[in-house]
Design a protein around this ligand. Structure first.
Ligand SMILES: Nc1ncnc2c1ncn2[C@@H]1O[C@H](COP(=O)(O)OP(=O)(O)OP(=O)(O)O)[C@@H](O)[C@H]1O
Length: 272
């Protein structure tokens, strides 16, 4: 698929160019690429929030044409309702679909147990730590049992230890309903430790540069697997592919002068 946006100057900014990859049912795919290359845009197209200019997104062979309940989304920012209690946040999806209140709350309590938040049902999100709010967001999404789970840097903003604990918990939750996952991250170690496949995107316009199978054993402890020789070898191979794109994207940002601030101008400048 291809996607362009109109720039504030009225020009055309090609964000995705012939991007093409598939995720098998129940597969965990991580997408890495330099900053600003089009990763979030890719997720918006898969979710149906945005439409591609050319090409199409298929989920289970069905054309994606707008948001569906089969696709769940966890963003960088916590998408929880600040005025609702933790349990009401998690019960929101089933309630919205018409599940009776008592049943929805029982189901929500169950999911809160799975993410280690039993006892915090009556708290409000601002009374929780960042890691706990992420757990609420995960339970809020997983309770809907999406067949496809899209995650956009879900653990950014958390400290390193909490991030690793959340990775661990994510894999345990994923095991419960086994959705197909597309997980966008800047962190290559995080990508390898979680995924079955890592897709490397080029500096924008994004296209798939290479795709790597991660044949590390499961069940996996994402904290411990990082110290194995197989992990280090995979990291070296994938970083080799990603490094050039990161450097290209970086050179573009530093070569943009105040009079050449449009993305097209920046691209033209670095490609001279
Ligand atoms: N709605 C929009 N209108 C105009 N331009 C947009 C829009 N959405 C994204 N862009 C542009 O598309 C490019 C890719 O953005 P995107 O957020 O997809 O990148 P990303 O790889 O997720 O970035 P990061 O890693 O920094 O989060 C950026 O240059 C951005 O400015």
């Amino acid at each position: 698929m291809t996607k362009s946006f109109t720039t504030p100057q009225g020009g055309n900014h090609d964000v995705l160019r012939d991007i093409n990859f598939s995720v098998e049912a129940g597969e965990f795919t991580a997408v890495v690429g330099p900053t600003g290359c089009g990763k979030s845009t890719t997720l918006s197209l898969i979710s149906g929030m945005e439409r591609p200019d050319t090409g199409e997104v298929l989920v289970d062979g069905q054309l994606v044409d707008g948001l569906t309940k089969d696709v769940g989304f966890v963003f960088q920012a916590d998408a929880v309702f600040p005025w609702k209690t933790v349990i009401a946040n998690v019960a929101a999806g089933p309630r919205f679909r018409g599940t009776p209140r008592k049943e929805a709350l029982a189901e929500a309590a169950d999911w809160l147990g799975r993410v280690g938040l039993t006892g915090f049902e009556r708290y409000h999100p601002h009374q929780l730590s960042g890691g706990m709010r992420k757990r609420v967001a995960l339970a809020q999404t997983m309770i809907n049992r999406p067949r496809v789970l899209l995650m956009d840097e879900p653990f950014s903003g958390l400290d390193v230890q909490t991030r690793q604990i959340m990775s661990d918990e994510l894999l345990s939750l994923w095991d419960v309903t086994r959705p197909s996952v597309v997980f966008v991250t800047h962190d290559l170690e995080e990508a390898i430790s979680l995924a079955d496949k890592v897709v490397v995107l080029t500096a924008g316009p994004a296209t798939v540069k290479e795709s790597f199978d991660i044949d590390l054993p499961r069940p996996r402890n994402p904290r411990e697997i990082r110290h194995t020789a197989e992990f280090v070898k995979l990291h070296e191979r994938i970083w080799e592919s990603l490094r050039d794109e990161v450097q290209l994207a970086y050179r573009r940002t530093v070569s943009v002068t105040p009079e050449a601030v449009t993305p097209e101008a920046a691209t033209a400048k670095t490609r001279d």
